[in-house]
Design a protein around this ligand. Sequence first.
Ligand SMILES: Cc1ncc(C[n+]2csc(CCOP(=O)(O)OP(=O)(O)O)c2C)c(N)n1
Length: 362
Amino acid sequence: MKSTSDDFSDSDRTVVSRRPKAQLPAQPFKDKDFSLNFFNLMVRTRVLEERLIKMAKSGDGFFWIGGPGEEAFNVALGLQVDKGQGVEHDFLHLHYRNNGTLLAMGSEMIDMVRQMRSVSTDPFSGGRYFVSHAAKKEWNIVPISSTIGTQFSIAPGTARAQFRARAEGKKSGVSVVVGGDAGTAEGDFATCLVWSSRPGNELPLLMIVTNNHFGISTPASTQHGEHSIADRGRAFGIETATADGNVPEKVWAALAKAFDYVREAGRPYLLELQVSRMFGHSSSTGGNRIKDEFCPIENFGKKLMKQGWLTQAEYDAAFESAWSEANAALEIVRQEEWPGSETVLVNSFANGEKAGLPGRDR
Ligand SMILES: Cc1ncc(C[n+]2csc(CCOP(=O)(O)OP(=O)(O)O)c2C)c(N)n1
């Protein structure tokens, strides 16, 4: 997609978030260190995705899907979320394009490289699920689903637990659910709108639709009669907004406003973000760079250079350093083992004990 604007001047806002204020400057993109850290996380996210794409193409993996083009959104979400385990912290019901959110939260590239190669050391699924499908109990990251939209009918569950905690006067985070534009055609999306907005039972749930204007190869323009997807929330009395998800300052501000609202009001919020899809849908559609797709990293890099905070040499060095990290991760992972057949039922709903295999939990 084309970004709606590359004007960065007036979108900074005071950050009010559950994260300790000391960790984040009040005007984040006026701070050089914060901006460069944000840029580096975007670069590491992009390089990780390109490393994963090459793995799928060169026999080190089977299939690729991920989020190149969504770096600005991914990093902003990862830095704003209240990370932790249990209802006191935020729950994340993510999409399969959110590796950058995990990196911004503190995951290592090697975690995703391991899942791509399906090795037993994969921290998310022990080599049993495909790439970009994280799950991490310690950070409330609910297993990512490859059936599109289903996260929207699951997310009200954690939001409901948080609603109850709030009603009992306990500390509570919020739930965040992320999905694509095409996924909003599923009944799960309607379920989410209904269940999050029942009068007297409104849920602390932030719904985010990343609109890249395609469902695999179906243009969104041929599917959506509504003016914007966010408009659908209005019929349910849900606070809504649309924003440019490609410009760090804008997506940061939009997310901060949404998080503040959900945390403070304990009510749902629907945020639609316009994002790019820089390598197409997945390896099944080629995984090749799409010409003329707006690149959030090039754009942000140019802005940092204009401000005198980054040189072209430093820009290039950021990519080189990220590539060294990604390549080193692959070298390690190539030496690791695939899971044995004896673990095939671990963490599944099947009763492994009957088959003489380990039970449900490790
Ligand atoms: C229930 C279901 N139907 C169909 C598919 C096949 N499918 C995989 S991705 C996709 C398109 C998703 O588009 P969107 O929701 O806009 O997300 P994007 O991939 O563009 O981020 C489809 C139809 C699926 N995975 N699950």
